[in-house]
Design a protein around this ligand. Structure first.
Ligand SMILES: [Zn+2]
Length: 131
């Protein structure tokens, strides 16, 4: 039968104090004496619960930034994506997937491509193969 961790079952202040002391490198025997929880319980907590708690905290605060790309004045054939992107449209960098402006997130990073005038025409790249 699954048994809940003694430290995790303790009041929040006790958990936080134990976690803080563990993080500071206080000896488990000293933490155990101070909070009245057995050293083995604190040992189990530090081995099994702390890594999970750390990951959960990290996952909650972490939102993956996306990289977008857009072309301002002209586009060429993008061989990696196998397509001609549209001028002014936004694409996810990965796979050059078109994305609507309303779906752009505040933390997205956008790579804006603008060619110098002498490069605007004619497009030097070959047209995509038609099948
Ligand atoms: Zn625990």
């Amino acid at each position: 039968m699954f048994q809940k961790c003694t430290v995790c079952s303790a009041p929040r202040e006790v958990q936080e104090s134990v976690n803080l002391q563990l993080a500071r490198g206080v000896r488990m025997i000293d933490i155990a004496k101070a909070v009245g929880i057995s050293k083995s319980s604190i040992g189990r907590h530090s081995l099994k619960c702390l890594p999970r708690l750390t990951l959960e905290k990290y996952a909650k605060n972490f939102t993956r930034r996306r990289l977008l790309i857009t072309w301002k004045n002209t586009v060429g054939w993008v061989p990696e994506a196998g397509k001609y992107p549209e001028v002014g449209r936004f694409y996810l960098w990965d796979g050059l997937v078109p994305i609507e402006k309303k779906d752009i997130r505040p933390d997205d990073a956008t790579f804006v491509v603008e060619y110098a005038p002498r490069l605007v025409s004619p497009p030097a790249d070959p047209p995509p193969p038609t099948s």
